[in-house]
Design a binder for this molecule. Sequence first.
Ligand SMILES: NC(=O)C1=CN([C@@H]2O[C@H](COP(=O)(O)OP(=O)(O)OC[C@H]3O[C@@H](n4cnc5c(N)ncnc54)[C@H](OP(=O)(O)O)[C@@H]3O)[C@@H](O)[C@H]2O)C=CC1
Ligand SMILES: CC(C)(CO)C(=O)C(=O)O
Length: 339
Amino acid sequence: MRSQTLPRVGIIGAGAIGCTLAARFANGGCDVKLAARAEAAATIRRQGLHLTASGTEIAAQVAVAKSPQDLLDRDYVFIAVKQQALLAAVRDWLPKLPETVVVIPAINGIPWWFLPNAQASSTPSGKTPEVELAALLPAAQILGTAVYLTAYSTAHGVAVQGTRNRLIIGELDGSSSARAEVLKTTCMAAGMDCDISTAIRLDVWMKAVGNAVFNPLSVLSGGDMASMLADEHISELALHMLRESLALGRRIGLPIDSSAEERLERARSAGNAQTSMLQDYLKGKPLEVEAIIGAMVRLGRQYETKMPFTEAIYGLVRSASLNNPFLRTTSNTTEEKTK
Ligand SMILES: NC(=O)C1=CN([C@@H]2O[C@H](COP(=O)(O)OP(=O)(O)OC[C@H]3O[C@@H](n4cnc5c(N)ncnc54)[C@H](OP(=O)(O)O)[C@@H]3O)[C@@H](O)[C@H]2O)C=CC1
Ligand SMILES: CC(C)(CO)C(=O)C(=O)O
C-alpha cells in the first residue's frame, strides 16, 4: 500500500536508468511520474514498467507526465537522459523549476555544476549550455549523484539491471541535509543501496574517471566490463588512462588518495555489464563521447596536464562514433559532428 509519507518522485527519461529507478521507486511505494518521449510514453501508459533485477521481476504502473506542469508537485526529480540530451530535456520538462523540487542528475560524465565555466562552449545564442543549465537548475536545488547502477533496456518500459545497485548522493557544498537523508531512506526502501557523501565532487569525479576509461574502451574493443578487465593489454591501457585522470583530479584540487590500480579493481563490481556507450554504439545511437571523455580531455588541456593516452583514445572513439556502421539515420550523428 502506498504510504503518504513517502516523497513524490519524478523521473525524466525512460531508458535503462530511468526505467530502473521508476520501477524500483514505484515498487517501494512512492508516487512516481515518468516523463518520456511520445512512443515510450504511450507504451508505458499501456503496459507499465517491467524490471528484471537479480532474477526478480518487478512490474510497476507509474503515471506518465504529459507536460512540465505534471512535475511541479514532485519532491525529487531524477534526470536520466544522456548528457547530450540534457539541456533539451530540462527545457522540455523543467522550464521553470519550483523552489520545492530537488533535482538529481543521474548522468555520467563531468556535470555542468562541477567547475563553473570550465567546459564552456559557444552556442548560437552566445549562452553556453552550462550557463543555461545553471540558470534553469539552481545549484541550491541539486543533489549531486554518482550512479553506480548497471542496466540496459530491451524495449520501451522494459529494463534489466546488472550487478550494480547503488547511488551515491550528496549536497554540492558537502553539508548534511534532511532532503538527502529522506532520499537515502527512499532509495533503500526501493531496494537500492544509497550512501550520502560529504565529498560528492570527489565521488562524481571518481565515477567520471572510470567512465572516461571504460566506456570508450568498450566501444573500441567491443567487450563488456569483465572481458576488458580480464585482458592484460586493455587493463594496462586502462591503468595509463586512469593515472592521467587521477592526476588531473589532483591538479584541480580534489583530495584523491586512490591509486589507478585501486580504481581499476573497483571497476570489477560492474560484473559483465556492457557499458552504456557500447549499448548506444550497437543500437546506432549518438554516443556520450564529448561528455564522458571529451570533457576530460578539454579539462586536461585547460589545466595543462598531459594526457596522451586519454587524448589518443578520445580521438579513436570520436572517430568510431562518427563512422559507426550501426548508425540509424544521418540526423543521429549531427550533434556529435557539430562539436
Ligand atoms: N545504463 C547504465 O548501465 C548506466 C548509465 N549511466 C548514465 O545514465 C544516463 C542515462 O543512461 P541510460 O539510461 O543508459 O540511457 P538510455 O539511452 O537508455 O535512456 C535515456 C532516455 O532518455 C530519453 N530522453 C532523451 N531526451 C528526452 C527528453 N527530452 N524527454 C524525455 N526523455 C528523453 C531517451 O529517449 P530516446 O531513446 O527517444 O532518445 C531515452 O529513453 C547516462 O548519462 C549514462 O551514461 C550511468 C551508469 C550506468
Ligand atoms: C560502465 C558503467 C556500468 C560503470 O562504469 C557505466 O557507468 C556505464 O555503463 O556508463
